[in-house]
Design a protein around this ligand. Structure first.
Ligand code: PLP
Length: 387
């Protein structure tokens, strides 16, 4: 910030890579008998894929998880050579590129097994496949009815030397409520699917079921590998049970900006589009250069928490595409607030700054969405071991 040769950024998402490494290390301690797959899909939940992945590896993630093959290929292009699983594919997807790049692939239907086998033939190497069973989320994953045929189909391709069934896995619907009976029912369905696969000859290297919430609260469901995403970035997947610090985590992202203008207005001034806020008194307004074009939820009008030069305020009026306004009324030091002063929308919560969880509660969503939706116009800047 003080480097005179470098222009000041109007806004930035500062990502502390040391926090990501430490969070993964903390997760390895929560799951001592399992390996950790850091989930880095969706640009690492908005934190930036490649740097976040490197930080997760440094913290002890022996696996990385992504939704799409393109994300896995970006990791390989960045030089990552460890185990990477990609799990959400469509017919005709880039399976050959994935197999050639040594990416593990999920399959949940026989067409997927067929396309992966064909890709293995084309790439001239054996593919590694994780078969996914739907244990009660009714999303990705083969139904219990289709499971035996899927296992048999994959084992036939394995016998042909085209692929290896290295994983069997599923995903939980209610892990954010660790006592919800659905989780135990899903665990039973998972056990049943493992038994079916074993009886038919499958000998997977890894069985995996647990997301962040289960990694932190259900040690009985860790199996061989846990797949935390949110917790890697230092946010609590079970905010009703505890905040990040209660689980040994620290939020990695701080969304910050600089005041673009500070000015006085009379009482009764309508603020921003539609005048959804009117100044009750003569006051000082601050202009913040972040809006819904940057991923600030438009629903945060008149309710989004915002920290300006050391104090907490609330967004005044509607969120615009590029900017929001803050009423600085009531602060004793208002005369000292200047354009260029620091604004924090959310961070790790130190010094009373709002958190992504505070934002989630203000606009009735989850912290996942708050960090992941931060747009590409906001530069990501990184703090690392050298910072
Ligand atoms: C996103 C995702 C995860 C990580 O979930 P968190 O709740 O962020 O820990 C794990 N597994 C699958 C299949 C996912 O899609």
């Amino acid at each position: 910030m003080n480097d005179p040769s470098r222009p000041v950024l109007p806004a930035e998402a500062e990502v502390d890579l040391r926090a990501i490494s430490a969070n993964v290390a903390s997760l390895t301690r929560h799951a001592p008998s399992a390996e950790v797959m850091a989930v880095v899909k969706a640009d690492a939940y908005g934190h930036g894929l490649e740097p976040s992945a490197r930080a997760a590896r440094a913290g002890g993630a022996t696996w990385l998880g992504v939704a799409q093959i393109a994300e896995a290929l970006r990791l390989r292009a960045a030089g990552d050579t460890g185990r990477v699983l990609s799990w959400l594919h469509v017919p005709g997807d880039a399976f050959t590129d994935a197999v050639a790049a040594d990416v593990d692939l999920s399959a949940n239907a026989t067409w997927g097994v067929d396309e992966i086998a064909a890709a293995a033939r084309a790439a001239g190497r054996t593919a590694r496949v994780h078969l996914k069973i739907d244990t009660g989320l009714s999303r990705a994953g083969a139904s219990a009815d289709d499971w035996p045929a899927l296992v048999d189909h994959a084992l036939t391709a394995q016998a042909d030397g085209l692929l290896e069934v290295v994983g069997i896995w599923s995903h939980l619907a209610w892990a954010d409520d660790p006592k919800h009976p659905t989780t135990d029912r899903q665990a039973e369905a998972f056990e049943a699917a493992l038994d079916v696969a074993h009886a038919r000859g499958a000998r997977p290297e890894v069985r995996h079921l647990a997301n962040s919430a289960a990694a932190l609260t259900r040690p009985d469901l860790h199996y061989d590998l846990v797949r935390p995403g949110l917790a890697v970035y230092g946010l609590s997947p079970v905010p009703d049970l505890g905040g990040p610090a209660d689980f040994g985590l620290r939020p990695a992202m701080t969304l910050r900006a600089r005041l673009a203008l500070v000015k006085q207005v009379p009482a009764g001034s309508g603020v921003s589009y539609g005048h959804a806020y009117t100044t009750p008194r003569a006051t000082t307004l601050g202009l913040v250069p972040l809006g819904y074009g940057d991923g600030v939820p438009r629903a945060a009008g008149n309710c989004g928490p915002i920290w300006v030069a050391g104090r907490r305020h609330t967004i005044a009026g509607r969120v615009s595409m590029d900017q929001v306004v803050v009423d600085l009324d009531g602060r004793p030091d208002v005369a000292e607030v200047r354009a260029g002063d620091l604004v924090v929308l959310f961070g790790d919560g130190r010094d009373g700054q709002p958190t992504a969880q505070d934002w989630a509660e203000a606009v009735d969503t989850i912290s996942y969405e708050i960090v992941t939706r931060i747009g590409s116009r906001v530069p990501r800047t990184y703090l690392d071991a050298g910072s």
